[in-house]
Design a protein around this ligand. Structure first.
Ligand code: CA
Ligand code: CA
Ligand code: CA
Length: 657
């Protein structure tokens, strides 16, 4: 693949991504040379200028990160302010010193790389920024690491997630309002009848409903981004347009609320995954018009390309560089400034930012937004740092699109295109699409088998995050022909097939909703003045209760049966309306078990006879009901005969004793 180097207007040969890496580094060397030339030029200009006017004193308005931890990788500090062209940084604290500094653009930014030694002690530290015109000293905090970051003690954070977990996706603004004090009605950003305004949901509201989640059987929550978003338009309730990467959105709460929520969740045995967005920032982020370096962003508000989702151009070794660049450097939706993730300074800033949220909250994982739109080398470096600091921590990348070949191109733990992205897993959009086609549009269930046939593409298919819905797609119940029975059947499959299931908040009571933002309605009962409270049985309609009970039963069944979480998946039989599969678990510490699952996707009940000779069921001696209406009739060594109710999944345990 050849890639146009937009910065220097030349094309360099970069056959595959492996060669992009040294190319980026070469460019960096050049940048330093240019920066030196600029620097010398600036000094001359200042010497000449000094004859006419005095050099101004530095002014610091912001330090990012605002604090750091002893024992995490040495940080790069970015100062924002005025008159920082020729500033130097000094520190009056033992065991910590400045390795180098580098000015940013416009005199508005300054970078300093710190080295924090073993003798450094936690506490307030004075950072002094000095120019010929004066000095400003600012306070910065160095802290002790959270001990759980090294011990991985159960329910203390940094624990990652896996097939033992069920992830529950929450958009904090739309779940529950636990603090009306942060709704800011006077600001014009809060309006519950406007689907694109803030509705008042917040972090405290989630904390107030942890017992509901625990009772349902959820073990992990995924929060959509909580970064500070635009404070004026009130259109950024979703969190994907950050204006400050080091602040919690004021409508959602405070940093203390974030820490309190994660701690309380851990107290209930629930892990927390935060959604982070290294790819882009919000249009009103100050960086859009005043970026910290020349390479901080790809393009400017006036000149930039727009992304498309034709990811095959990224995987295609013969694609033109323009097509590759549009996806990786284009602005999302044409309006969200694209971060210069291929620049080492920007890359380090974003890595540290992610680590800061992890360490501050004692998080368990990240959901990585818009994964393919960021270059592979960034993800490689990102994961080296994150997994280096938190070996058990897990990440899941959003690779939308239904082709498993493309999803597998991005997944980590294997080198593709010369680079291992390091991402632990990706969402299984391909299974999502097949589940909806089979259950809602009566496609043959063998479509599900076809999805699983591609599992060889993934190093750890059991870690794929499977789902029926999310905040970017119409709700299952928002689709034509959806019924509570079909939703229940879809959940039965989701929660018994391989993978780590993810449930979108509200789907467990069959909430309706079409395209965004209609798929993001408020959870009934989460908000002051709601007519009913669907967090309680009394507040649910009969259909909602039926779905809730079913999902809850399945989640608890999953907890009881390791075969549903870790079992090897084996296809047995499929026809136009039937799918039969087995999950076998060969436990060492836990008892081995074998489960037989039979789906009937027809509107009528019917009896199936499953030939078992020459299958993993050939040695079956008993077949016991686990979640099924009828007993199964076993003819040892030859067949299992069972009546399957309409639109149902029946589960049996098979023993050879
Ligand atoms: Ca609120
Ligand atoms: Ca805000
Ligand atoms: Ca990008």
């Amino acid at each position: 693949m050849r890639r146009l180097n937009s910065r220097f207007g030349m094309i360099y040969p970069s056959h595959r991504h492996a060669e992009r890496s040294p190319a980026v580094r070469r460019e960096t060397g050049r940048d330093l040379a240019f920066s030196l030339v600029r620097h010398v030029g600036l000094v001359l200009a200042l010497v000449i200028g000094a004859c006419g006017q005095q050099t101004a004193a530095p002014k610091i308005t912001k330090i990012e990160p605002p604090n750091w931890w002893i024992g995490l990788p040495n940080p790069m500090i970015m100062f924002t302010g005025e008159n920082l062209e020729n500033a130097q940084v000094s520190i009056a604290a033992g065991g910590i010193h400045v390795r180098r500094t580098q000015p940013g653009r416009n005199g508005h930014y300054l970078f300093a790389w710190l080295e924090i030694g073993k003798k450094a002690s936690p506490g307030e530290i004075s950072l002094s920024v000095t120019t010929a015109g004066g000095k400003q000293t600012a306070q910065w905090r160095l802290e002790k690491r959270n001990p759980a970051g090294e011990s991985f003690a159960l329910n203390q954070g940094f624990n990652g997630f896996g097939p033992d977990d069920v992830i529950y996706l929450i958009m904090p603004d739309r779940f529950a309002d636990g603090d009306p004090g942060n709704n800011f009605p006077a600001s014009g950003t809060y309006n519950r009848s406007d689907p694109r305004a803030y509705h008042g949901g917040d972090l405290r509201g989630i904390q107030d409903h942890l017992l509901y989640l625990r009772d349902l059987g959820v073990t992990t929550i995924w929060l959509t981004p909580i970064y500070n978003n635009d404070d004026h338009t009130g259109r950024d309730y979703h969190g994907y347009g950050a204006v400050d990467l080091y602040k919690v959105e004021e409508h959602l709460g405070t940093l203390a609320d974030y820490q309190s929520l994660v701690k309380a969740a851990h107290g209930q045995g629930i892990k927390v995954i935060l959604d982070i967005v290294p790819n882009h920032i919000g249009p009103t982020n100050p960086w859009a018009t005043d970026p910290p370096t020349d390479h901080w962003l790809h393009g400017t508000p006036e000149h930039h390309s727009t992304v498309n989702d034709q990811f095959q151009h990224l995987t295609d070794p013969h694609a033109s560089p323009r097509e590759w660049r549009d996806i990786v450097e284009g602005w999302f939706a044409g309006v969200l400034p694209d971060m210069g993730t291929d620049d080492p300074i920007t890359s380090q800033f974003l890595r540290q930012n992610a680590m800061w949220w992890a360490e501050t909250g004692a998080l368990d994982g990240f959901r990585l937004d818009t994964f393919p739109y960021v270059d592979r080398l960034f993800w490689h470096d990102f994961h080296s740092a994150i997994h280096g600091a938190y070996p058990v921590f897990k990440t899941v990348g959003e690779v939308s699109g239904f082709d498993p070949v493309i999803a597998a191109y991005f997944v980590g733990k294997k080198k593709t295109d010369g680079i291992d992205t390091g991402v632990d897993t990706v969402f299984d959009f391909s299974l999502y699409s097949a589940l909806r086609k089979v259950i809602l549009h009566d496609a043959p269930p063998t479509l599900l088998e076809q999805v699983l046939q591609n599992d060889w593409l993934f190093p750890q298919p059991q870690l794929l995050v499977t789902f029926l819905g999310n905040h970017d797609n119409p709700r299952f119940m928002g689709e034509a022909g959806a019924t509570p029975e079909k939703l229940n059947l879809a959940f039965s499959l989701l929660l018994t097939m391989r993978g780590i299931p993810q449930i979108y908040a509200g789907d467990e009571i069959g909430m309706p909703g079409g395209d965004d933002p209609d798929n993001r309605r408020d959870f009934p009962g989460g908000f002051p003045g709601d007519a009913r409270n669907a967090f309680t049985p009394a507040g649910r309609t009969p259909d909602e209760q039926k779905i809730f009970n079913h999902v809850r039963s399945l989640l608890h069944l999953r907890q009881q049966h390791p075969a549903l979480r870790w079992g090897k998946y084996v296809h047995i039989f499929g026809d136009d309306h039937t799918l039969v599969y087995v999950r076998t678990f060969r436990g060492e510490k836990i008892r081995a078990e074998r489960l037989l699952l039979l789906m009937n996707n027809a509107d009528q009940s019917h009896t199936v006879e499953v030939e078992i000779s020459d299958t993993v069921l050939a040695d079956a001696k008993t077949v016991t009901r686990i979640m099924a209406e009828h007993d199964a009739a076993l003819s040892p060594g030859t067949k299992i005969k069972v009546e399957l109710p309409a639109r149902s999944l029946s589960i049996y345990q098979v023993d050879s004793r």
